[in-house]
Design a protein around this ligand. Structure first.
Ligand code: NAD
Length: 366
């Protein structure tokens, strides 16, 4: 029996509801495929502020450091929205990224035929779209210094700094090539090399690493053109690798291809290796949805899909990951529908469907 340890941070709002479904699905997959997960539950976000005055308590960080992976629900809500507050739930997210060196954010975007009505794109344009957006997460404008406001000679000025080191670019681009090798072998590197010095180094690094990955075809694309083309011809893309700000914007834009925020999963991979892969934090892209919390109507599919990535990349449980992905696909194609997808069903109906699918897989010899 293989054993794994996962830090379990359900957080605020609908976080606990969607994480509970995901945990039960992983446990069921463990029974089927011969592994056990120990869930180390800890506080984060608003509930941690209430209990400890700190959105990211030391015990939570310690649990993450000694785990193979982290499953996070969501943080935040109106209770902690006071703009003058000295601590905010969202501080925990930036803290986790920098403390755990989570440098690579992965967001898969797929156009399921069954959700054609949910997307603003015409069916023939979105058909076949299956993109993995790889965003650099710890550098660029969000972390560069100097940053801030000042007044010089009576004139107010502001500054943000877009800074990257060569090793920071190399590690994310290298991962982009590796992921493209595992998929359809096409890598689009997105930059603004006609204007930015950081983009010119980025492009240089991509060209230097390309010969080591002969099975991958590479294209360079400018971010402004990509913002248009990702919606005009989404099926063109396989893996897109880009820096922090560009990735932040493009990955939210690409959610329009999928059709619902409630389906978008994400992984943030770190530098540390685990026994079976790479340490990472897994979470749905959506937030804590406070207006529907506690009603049993939240869509758990994004969180469940995030655990499929957790099983694959951090625990090395590929068969279980495939089974969870297949169960999520089946739920999207012909399972119960929660309100965000225009259906009448609750989270428990979705959970029952997923557990049934994993259970049915138990009858097929491994
Ligand atoms: P949100 O993603 O929580 O909700 C946006 C809309 O989508 C709402 O109508 C909500 O009801 C719906 N929705 C989201 N997830 C859903 C699901 N799984 N099932 C069904 N419907 C779903 O974004 P928001 O309203 O802008 O933010 C609410 C709170 O979440 C804020 O405090 C914000 O700061 C926080 N937030 C946290 C994270 C995070 O923890 N990573 C991310 C985004 C927002």
């Amino acid at each position: 029996m293989r054993r794994h340890r996962v830090a379990y941070l359900p957080g605020d709002g609908i976080g606990p509801e969607v994480c509970d479904v995901a945990r039960r699905v992983v446990d069921a997959a463990g029974e089927r495929f011969g592994f056990v997960v120990t869930w180390d539950e800890q506080r984060i976000g608003g509930e941690a502020i209430d209990a400890h005055g700190n959105p990211l308590p030391a015990a939570t960080l310690d649990a993450c450091r000694s785990a193979d992976a982290v499953l996070l629900g969501a943080v935040g809500g109106p209770k902690w929205d006071d703009p003058s507050a000295s601590v905010r739930p969202e501080d925990a997210l930036l803290g986790l990224r920098s403390e755990l060196e989570l440098f690579a954010n992965l967001r898969p975007v797929r156009a399921h035929d069954a959700l054609a009505d949910a997307s603003p794109l015409r069916p023939e344009i979105r058909a076949g779209a299956d993109i993995l957006i790889l965003r650099e997460l710890t550098g660029g404008l969000y972390f560069g210094r100097p940053q801030g406001r000042s007044t010089e000679d009576g004139v107010e000025r502001v500054v943000d700094t877009l800074a990257y080191t060569r090793p920071e670019i190399e590690r994310i681009v290298e991962l982009g090539f590796e992921l493209a090798e595992e998929r359809r072998g096409h890598l689009t590197s997105v930059d603004k090399a006609n204007v930015l010095a950081s983009s010119r180094l980025w492009r240089e690094v991509v060209n230097e690493l390309a010969p080591r990955h002969p099975a991958v075809s590479v294209e360079h694309a400018l971010v402004d053109a990509t913002a248009y083309l990702i919606l005009a011809q989404p099926a063109h893309y396989d893996v897109i690798v880009t820096e922090n700000l560009f990735g932040d914007i493009l990955s939210d834009e690409a959610a329009a291809i999928a059709g619902s925020l409630g389906l978008m999963a994400s992984a943030s991979l770190g530098t540390r290796s685990t026994d079976a892969g790479r340490f990472g934090l897994y979470e749905p892209v959506h937030g804590s949805a406070p207006s529907i919390a506690g009603q049993g109507i939240a869509n758990p599919l994004a969180t469940v899909a995030s655990t499929a990535m957790l099983l694959r990349w951090s625990l090395g449980e590929t068969d279980a990951a495939d089974a969870v992905d297949a169960a999520v696909d089946a739920a999207i194609e012909d399972g119960p529908r929660t309100g965000d997808l225009g259906g009448p069903d609750g989270s428990e109906a979705v959970a029952g469907f997923l557990l049934g699918r994993i259970g049915a897989a138990m009858e097929i010899p491994a």
